[in-house]
Structure formats: C-alpha cells, structure tokens
Design a protein around this ligand. Structure first.
Ligand SMILES: Cc1cc2nc3c(=O)[nH]c(=O)nc-3n(C[C@H](O)[C@H](O)[C@H](O)COP(=O)(O)O)c2cc1C
Length: 209
C-alpha cells in the first residue's frame, strides 16, 4: 500500500488489545524514522524514550488524564526535547558530523558560532519552543512509519509534562517531554475504528496564490 493509503488506514487509536505486542523490528523502524527526521541545523534536538515496563506505563495513566491507552499499549514512546541549548550539545553533533565525513573538527565553526550567538542568550523557555518543534517533526514521521508497518498508534499531548518529566527523571538528562506515542494493535471494540476519517476538503485546506 502507498503512504497515502496507509495514512488513510491509521487513526488515533482509543483502545488497544493488551495481549498483542509489537515486534521489536517494527518498533525499531518507527524509532528509526524519528531518528532520520530532518531538524533545524541538523542538531537533533530531541530524543525518543521507549517504555515497555508495565508498572511504569501504569504510573503514567493518571499523569495522562486517565487515558488507559498508555497502559494497554505494547510500547509507549515519549518524545522529549532539549530543555535548553548548550555549547556542548551544539559542538557534539558538529564534531560527530565532521568526524563521520572525514573533515577537520571546526570545519563548520563559523556556522556553529552563529548558532551559539543566536540560541545561548535566549531564555530556556525560548530555546524549548524551538527544540520542541523539532521533536514534532520526528513525531510526525514516526506516526507515518507506524502506519507503514500497520502498527496502530495514538499521537498524544494529553498529559502533564511536568509530572512525566519528574517520573522519568528527564531534567537530569537536560530534556523535557513534548508528546507521547503509544504503539500497539487496536481492540476490535474500539469505537473510533469504523468511523470515517474526516478532514477539511482540499479546496478549504489549500490556499493557492
Ligand atoms: C499533537 C497531538 C496531540 C493529541 N493528543 C491526543 C490525546 O492526548 N489523546 C487522544 O486520544 N488523541 C490525541 N490526539 C489525536 C487527535 O485527536 C487525532 O489525531 C485527530 O482527531 C485526527 O484523527 P485521526 O488521527 O484519527 O486521523 C492528538 C493528536 C495530535 C496530533
């Protein structure tokens, strides 16, 4: 099936079959799509946390407004972005890039100096607005890749980011949660599964100039 057909197939699953687990190779591909996401200046300002521990998933239900899908799913992905920019983070990815490409370190020094001059004086909140946006790019690609694998998922913002950050100890890693993506297989009784997918018509959605 084509990507568009798979995007028609997918929907924000409301009930998972807790007995069905997603194969590791499928989870790996979904995470890989997020890892391959383009990001601003190639900084990869986000990470993906993969949770399978049932006890931990159960603890997240009250943090996620009581949404049981978090416990019933097979794997729970958390997309978390840098809580602020640091010089070290910018240097790390550029050193990796030059090393991998056989270029001298510092080859992009004038560009990274510009990035540091732009981001480091900003507040952590301003930084996070930007880093979180990058996480959404990976999030979108993971949703599409899940559809390609015929794995059900639910894009989620409905949770307390502060409480989740505390539970997962994200502050110590310089991260703040942005979104969650439960993965699994739909329960037959899911009320949303047979419903028509509704989107604004193209004429409304596209503005041609
Ligand atoms: C950023 C984002 C946050 C969302 N948060 C939730 C959520 O917390 N719980 C939920 O059941 N659905 C959530 N949704 C699902 C949307 O309601 C759903 O994607 C939208 O209605 C379109 O329907 P479809 O995904 O089934 O095509 C979220 C979707 C996105 C993109």
């Amino acid at each position: 099936m084509s990507l568009l057909e798979n995007l028609q197939w997918r929907y924000a699953t409301k009930k998972y079959d807790p007995a069905r687990k997603v194969a590791q190779k499928d989870v790996d591909k979904i995470v890989e799509a997020a890892r391959l996401a383009p990001t601003s200046s190639g900084l990869q300002q986000f990470r993906v946390i993969v949770i399978t521990n049932q006890e931990l998933k159960n603890k997240i239900v009250p943090i996620a407004w009581g949404q049981e899908i978090v416990a019933e799913c097979s794997h729970l992905l958390v997309f978390a972005a840098w809580d602020r920019y640091t010089e070290e983070q910018i240097d790390q990815i550029y050193n990796l890039t030059t090393d991998e490409r056989g270029l001298p370190r510092g080859r992009f020094g004038s560009y990274t100096d510009k990035l540091k001059a732009m981001y480091l004086p900003q507040t952590a909140e301003q930084n996070f607005v930007h880093t979180a946006r990058q996480a959404y790019i990976g999030f979108g690609l993971a949703i599409a890749q899940a559809a390609e694998q015929k794995v059900d998922c639910t894009p989620m913002e409905g949770f307390s980011t502060d409480d989740l950050d505390e539970l997962l100890n994200l502050k110590s890693k310089g991260l703040k949660s942005v979104t969650m993506l439960p993965l699994g297989y739909r329960e037959k009784s899911d009320w949303l599964a047979p419903m028509k997918k509704v989107r604004n018509p193209k004429e409304e959605f596209v503005l041609e100039y």
